[in-house]
Design a protein around this ligand. Structure first.
Ligand SMILES: [Zn+2]
Length: 172
């Protein structure tokens, strides 16, 4: 799936949880880590979203993709846990709070969930199991664009329900 779809889907997941549990909607660092988590798994692809954003990520993803295949071990629950442990240590050092760490994990997991809708699918439990979760939505095609639109509509609906004042600018 495309980076924008992953970021939007992660936001939707967080906003659904935030709506149900009264977590903050405007928490920049939390949302930044959520989005970063949702984009990080494609670091195993040299033309992934992050790789196209900066030289540092480009070099990193070139290095990573030499050792692993796209949607290999980096797209697994094990990788999500290891990456979250690293973020946890960094977050503790900078005093970012547990919500930011949890949201990084949520972003990462939401990426795996969204990729599971793709025909290639995801082996969530690798290297322990080769069992695959997959479906029929192809990257970048009309179906994914439609999915992206649905996600944006869902995000807008939740935002409008929880914080209608944010939409005042459209009606003044
Ligand atoms: Zn992916």
């Amino acid at each position: 799936m495309m980076g924008t779809t992953h970021a939007a889907f992660a936001l939707l997941c967080y906003y659904v949880i935030a709506y149900l549990t009264e977590l903050p909607f405007d928490a920049p660092i939390v949302l930044a880590l959520l989005i970063f988590g949702s984009l990080l798994p494609d670091i195993d692809h040299p033309r992934g979203f992050l790789a196209r954003q900066s030289y540092l990520f480009k070099r990193t993803s070139r290095g990573v993709s030499k050792f692993v295949t796209h949607r290999g071990i980096v797209h697994s629950l094990l990788a999500a846990l290891i990456a979250t442990a690293v973020v946890w240590v960094i977050a503790a050092f900078y005093d970012l709070g547990m919500l930011a760490v949890a949201c990084f994990f949520l972003g990462f997991i939401s990426h795996l969930a969204a990729d599971s809708l793709n025909p290639t699918g995801i082996k969530w439990l690798q290297p322990f199991s080769k069992a695959k979760v997959r479906d029929g939505i192809r990257t970048g095609l009309a179906m994914e664009k439609f999915l992206f639109l649905l996600i944006i509509i869902a995000i807008s609906t939740i935002l409008y329900t929880a914080h209608p004042e944010l939409f005042n600018i459209f009606f003044e």
